[in-house]
Design a protein around this ligand. Structure first.
Ligand SMILES: [Zn+2]
Length: 210
């Protein structure tokens, strides 16, 4: 599998491109900004975007999705529990001091268990509410890979002080849905450095003794 992960935008959201070497199909996760760079990487690997997945509807993760859809024709998928956040996109834009991006409702609702197909590889969406009500992770068991959005970070967890956030729900999501994954699962969070389920279960200060 082809994988490119790189920070985009002022909050350095980790955008990830997943591509299949044989079919040249790709999924783009969290195209928050920097569409030219995303397009250049797709061209470099001769990839065609089949799905645009957004882990949650915060501006730094979703702002470029509509532009990418217009260029590639790929559908945008995210959990519709985040629609209230889409309704306050202009408020989110003032948090960052940027223009309000064009954000529309998803082309399909990214519910728990939603299949993620790329070539012969099968993965699924894990719904992990807490950072936002619609927060979702992309899990690819055959690659031992989890794209965790802003639910779980290396040594930290997602903030819950923004609208739709809830700390107890977040911690419960991580314990019940993420720490139950195999130790060796490589975790790419929505911001910052990668980690693993084993490391976070053992050392993440927010997840000890709960
Ligand atoms: Zn966020």
């Amino acid at each position: 599998m082809i994988r490119e992960t790189f920070p985009v935008g002022p909050l350095r959201c980790n955008c990830t491109i997943l591509g299949d070497e044989e079919t040249h199909e790709a999924i783009v996760v969290d195209p928050g900004d920097d569409i030219p760079r995303i397009l250049a990487l797709l061209a470099k690997h001769s990839l065609t975007v089949k799905q645009i997945i957004v882990t949650h509807a915060h501006i730094d993760h979703i702002a470029g999705a509509q532009d990418l859809k217009q260029i590639t024709g790929a559908p945008i998928l995210y959990n519709q529990n985040d629609l209230p956040l889409v309704g306050m996109m202009s408020v989110q834009a003032t948090w960052l001091g940027v223009e309000t991006p064009d954000v529309k409702p998803p082309d399909d609702n990214l519910v728990d268990g939603y299949p993620v197909k790329l070539g012969g590889m099968m993965g699924e969406i894990i719904h992990t509410p807490g950072h936002t009500q619609g927060s979702s992770c992309v899990y690819l068991p055959s690659e031992s890979l989890l794209l965790a959005g802003d639910t779980l970070f290396a040594g930290s967890v997602g903030r819950t002080d923004l609208p739709g956030g809830d700390t107890n729900t977040l911690i419960q999501s991580i314990h019940e849905r993420l720490l139950t994954l195999p130790d060796s699962t490589f975790v790419i969070p929505g911001h910052g450095q990668p980690t693993s389920i084993e490391i976070e279960r053992a050392t993440n200060p927010f997840l000890q003794g709960v």
